[in-house]
Design a protein around this ligand. Structure first.
Ligand SMILES: [Zn+2]
Length: 419
């Protein structure tokens, strides 16, 4: 269970809370896997779950009432791809790249060096700062990868720290071959599939591999995923980010939950994604941060591929933790509709993590939800760069509120009905 970092963490949730006056309630349809929304809606939270949704005029009584005053309510964002355990700082690299130097996967090693040198205290503090930042921006579930340690103890340490803040922990020993194995990449793959996996699997739910020129090839990636699966881990793949390659095919053959990036795809790649349960997780922050062409989301959606959006938050190619920013990019630059982008950032992320309890707000869903200081989900793309998250609930607890809490939650002494 993620730690809650906000000042409101001590507040105890009432037994049930009615949020009424919701201008637009994005509920998503869990069974149809489709975007769905209600207007003039209400929602009841009880026991950490969504207990009821429907028209505000028919809302049942509850112990406390929140008047949304026409604001929109959405599922909390599910950021299914993030690299949050690291030390060091690479703004100069970004600035140089913006001045014309091309992105190279080798930049990862700059962060590896700083991460290995950092104390547990420093790594934990930096991680928790990012987690708090994500929560304030409406991310109620996030995945967190290792991959900046690349030794047995450093990878195990990164995963143990990640496991303190999320259940969605991903072992990414196969991020890049570290310099000490530069002459023996096969030896490094053996380490990743052997002693390093043994040390890391207890903290992880997923295994990931960076399948790309300059990182790991198809056979190496398949070996890493097979070893991870034998250790009980689900598969994810960094695929087809920097150019055409075997990543998507490897992901499909391994039964991966998600192929991430998907920027350079052949028709066969699109067919593989459309004909298997592999989610295509698009990470437009990486294209933004490296000034590369954005993935063709329209092509994937029109082919029937399940698409997720995630931040790829990392210090090299995409140092944003903002799902609203990624939604805005997806709508403006990738021709996703506002509905598609919001679905991909909530239900799509849930699917990429194989989670059925989040990403929607039907009865029985985990009560992870956000209130916008705006009347419609479209404002996330319509007003890019503007803080619009008015409040965040996680498992039914109000964990962050930009609006004064007093205006949000008022006890209803008599359990009055919503209007
Ligand atoms: Zn990544």
């Amino acid at each position: 269970m993620p730690e809650k970092e906000s000042p409101q963490k001590e507040s105890t949730a009432p037994q049930s809370t009615l949020i009424t006056g919701i201008g637009e309630l994005v509920s998503n349809d869990a069974e149809q896997g489709a975007y769905a929304a209600l207007t003039d809606a209400a929602l009841v939270i009880a026991g950490g779950e969504v207990a009821w949704t429907g028209p505000a005029s028919r809302a049942p009584a509850a112990d406390a009432v929140v008047d949304a005053a026409g604001r929109a309510v959405l599922p909390g964002f599910a950021d299914s791809h993030a690299h949050l355990v690291f030390a060091g700082e690479r703004s100069a690299e970004f600035a140089a790249r913006m001045a014309g130097r091309p992105y190279r996967a080798g930049g990862i090693l700059v962060t590896v060096e700083a991460t290995r040198a950092a104390s547990d205290v420093v790594l934990r503090a930096k991680l928790r700062r990012l987690v708090a930042e994500m929560l304030r921006q409406g991310t109620t579930t996030f995945e967190c990868k290792s991959g900046y340690g690349l030794t047995v103890p450093d990878e195990a340490r990164g995963l143990a720290l990640a496991a303190e803040v999320t259940p969605e922990v991903t072992y990414l020993g196969a991020h890049v071959v570290p310099p000490e194995f530069a002459g023996d990449p096969a030896g490094y793959v053996d380490l990743v599939c052997g002693p390093m996996l043994d040390a890391c699997a207890p903290s992880a739910r997923w295994v990931d591999v960076f399948c790309e020129d300059g990182a790991f090839g198809a056979d190496e990636a398949a070996a890493v995923l097979a070893a991870g699966r034998a250790a009980g881990l689900g598969a994810r793949v960094h695929a087809n980010q920097l150019g055409p390659g075997p990543g998507v095919r490897v992901a499909a053959e391994a039964g991966a939950a998600s192929a991430d990036h998907c920027t350079f795809l052949t028709d066969a790649d699109v067919d593989a994604l459309a004909s298997t349960p592999v989610v295509a997780t698009l990470l437009p922050g990486a294209e933004f941060g490296t000034r590369q062409p954005f993935p063709d989301a329209r092509r994937l959606l029109d082919a029937g591929v399940t698409v997720a959006l995630a931040t790829d938050c990392n210090p090299g190619s995409s140092f944003t933790s903002s799902m609203p920013f990624c939604i805005a990019l997806a709508v403006r630059e990738m021709r996703m509709t506002t509905e598609e982008a919001v679905w991909a950032a909530t239900a799509g992320g849930a699917r990429a993590l194989r989670r059925t309890d989040i990403g929607h707000l039907g009865p029985g869903a985990r009560a992870d939800l956000i209130m916008l200081d705006a009347p419609s989900h479209a404002y996330l793309a319509y007003r890019p760069g503007v803080p619009q998250i008015a409040a965040v609930w996680q498992s039914g607890h109000l964990v962050d509120a930009a609006l004064p809490a007093a205006t949000l939650t008022e006890p209803s002494a008599s359990g009055r009905r919503g209007e």
